[in-house]
Design a protein around this ligand. Structure first.
Ligand code: PHE
Length: 338
């Protein structure tokens, strides 16, 4: 029997901690078969005790040696496993940090410039109703100006739409607060346009409004001059071109001197040296009245500009689609922005 146990010990294997523990229980612990053999020693006749005892010690020693061997084998196979998964003690490979989206950067810059001259930031819903997007802004019903905006209507209800500009936030602001009001409204807007390098169905605006007693066109011009020079540098020229918007009178388009060719002529400015960055004007008295502000007492100016266009001028992005494609080769170029 003792020889059988010895043979069992010699041939034992352990490929897991569980099996190692089983070996320990069976051959090493107090209640192991080896322990039982020792317990039986007292029943062995005296003349055989010595030889039998030596034999048992041999078995005990063999069990302990084997146990050590099994532990070592298991450990080294463990480190082989680690090799398969790479060296677990190495520091982890760096996770690439993302970069700020250029539109976010430029929007933040615009906000900072206006905040420094006393404008706060207002927000409103991207899903708008007809009243805030059109009617309160003096768009007559069935007026072609509504079509100018290529509106996305939601379902069949023509009253609910994706805002085509952030001017609806101006309406909300003027109906909820009384002048003096000085606020800008950055946000995403939607128009049903075919997507190309120069047009997109979703883009970003920052609009602004200033309503108080005696606000004049001079204030409008100075504010936008200030903005252009802060944004693009002291030498930037600004020009206003007469225009039409239902919600402003008079209205003007805002052009700045082309930042790409500096007047020498390029595709972006179509060889005119000027690039349009937005629209502006004095808030139409009808709009003030629609928002319960007395146009006899208050006047105001408003403006709106395209964040994509300003970003294009700052970073020479020549295709609007790049902003939304999330191509890392594009985004990585803005790593230094913060
Ligand atoms: N809401 C106009 C647009 O999206 C821009 C604008 C705002 C023009 C305020 C004048 C005054 O085209």
């Amino acid at each position: 029997k003792v020889d059988e146990i010895l043979a069992e010990i010699e041939s034992a294997n352990a490929s897991s901690q569980d099996e190692l523990e089983q070996f320990r229980m069976r051959f090493i612990s107090k209640k192991s078969v080896v322990g039982e053999l020792f317990a039986g020693l007292k029943d062995v006749p005296n003349d055989q005790k010595k030889a039998y005892g030596m034999k048992l010690n041999e078995v005990k020693q063999a069990a302990q040696n084997k146990f050590k061997e099994l532990i070592d084998a298991l450990e080294s196979s463990g480190s082989e496993g680690a090799e398969q998964h790479g060296d677990l003690s190495l520091p982890p490979a760096g996770v690439g940090l993302g970069s700020m989206h250029p539109l976010t950067y430029v929007r933040n810059q615009i906000i900072q410039i206006f905040e420094r001259i006393g404008f706060n930031v207002s927000d409103g819903p991207e899903i708008e109703d007809d009243f805030h997007n059109f009617t309160a802004l003096n768009f007559p019903e069935n007026h072609p100006a509504r079509e100018m905006q290529d509106t996305f209507f939601i379902e069949r209800n023509p009253d609910i739409l994706l805002r085509t500009h952030t001017s609806g936030v101006q309406v909300r602001l003027m109906t909820n607060q009384k002048p003096p009001l000085r606020s800008i409204m950055p946000g995403r807007v939607y128009r049903n346009e075919a997507i190309s390098a120069r047009a997109h169905c979703v883009f970003h605006q920052v609009e602004g409004i200033y309503v108080d007693k005696n606000v004049s066109f001079v204030d409008l011009k100075q504010t936008l001059y200030h903005f252009a020079k802060e944004m693009f540098g002291k030498d930037t020229k600004v020009r206003f071109r007469p225009s039409y918007f239902p919600f402003t009178e008079p209205s003007a388009e805002i052009d700045i001197s082309c930042q790409i060719c500096k007047g020498d002529g390029c595709q972006l400015c179509k060889y005119t040296g000027w690039v349009e960055i937005g629209g502006s004007g004095m808030v139409d008295p009808n709009v003030l009245a629609n928002c319960d502000i007395d146009p006899e007492e208050y006047t105001g100016f408003a403006f709106g500009m395209g964040v994509e266009r300003i970003t294009q001028l700052k970073f020479r992005v020549n295709d609007l689609r790049l902003y939304t494609e999330n191509d890392v080769r594009f985004l990585q170029q803005f790593k230094t922005l913060h």
